[in-house]
Design a protein around this ligand. Sequence first.
Ligand SMILES: C[S@@+](CC[C@H](N)C(=O)[O-])C[C@H]1O[C@@H](n2cnc3c(N)ncnc32)[C@H](O)[C@@H]1O
Length: 267
Amino acid sequence: MKCQKGDDFTCLRSNNIILGLIQFTRGDMSDDAELTSYDSIVIEDYLEHVERPFSWNNLYERPAVIARLPSLKGKNVLDTGCASGFFTEYALKNGARVTAVDISKVMTERLVARIKSVKLTIFCADISRPMSFLKSNTYDCVICSLVLHYIKDWEPLLAELHRVLKKGGRLVISTHHPFEMYQYLKLPSYYDFKMVEDTWGSSGPRPFKVHYYVRPLKEVLRPIVRSKFNIISIDEPLPTKECKELAPEVYKRLMERPGFLFIVLEK
Ligand SMILES: C[S@@+](CC[C@H](N)C(=O)[O-])C[C@H]1O[C@@H](n2cnc3c(N)ncnc32)[C@H](O)[C@@H]1O
């Protein structure tokens, strides 16, 4: 694999195929990036937490996102906040060409090493900044799975995602549910809009810290209503039958309180 260095990017090539890992300089990242990027987390700790069979991601979030995706065969898909690449891999397996973006150098490098496909391009970049490396009117579907809560201001990001989607293209979002965050973090006020520090993986060998934004529902909906998107659905889905069979405790909890919020928008 050869690396070609430019002023602000590195392009990885293998057999003259561009794998497209592009690394932007720190100057191109938002002030929050140092905290919200998963580069500060030991990758094995994150994977242990999220990839275990009974994680909320596997039992609840991923099935709910998949249920909201259009057919991906032959389509162009953008996976924003791709992390270890669950949805990137899913879209490739379902016949899509995929562009995956994440701010974390560690996550994108792992993805480059893990999935080698001419149908995959990977960018290491801050999605809260203008994504001039993505062409307008290109994508049939954008997946925004559990990444929006790392970003303070959603309006410029939604405008960018609207720009890169084709007309009729879908944006499928999952994000923390404001009511769940209020209860789980025992916030002083439901109306708090601020960055918080949380500890994940407490049941695993090495708990680790993450930073993300909490906000009330009106601050979730305001940028969406102001955007140029049509709203297709805003959902609080219940856990699946499989979740009940595999993890009754998780099922019980998710039947009482919504875990995440799922939003589908159309250009
Ligand atoms: C919870 S993970 C996403 C999970 C992933 N979609 C999946 O299905 O496995 C959040 C990811 O968002 C990334 N992230 C956080 N802030 C970001 C930003 N401003 N731009 C791009 N990626 C960001 C983190 O580095 C991390 O990899």
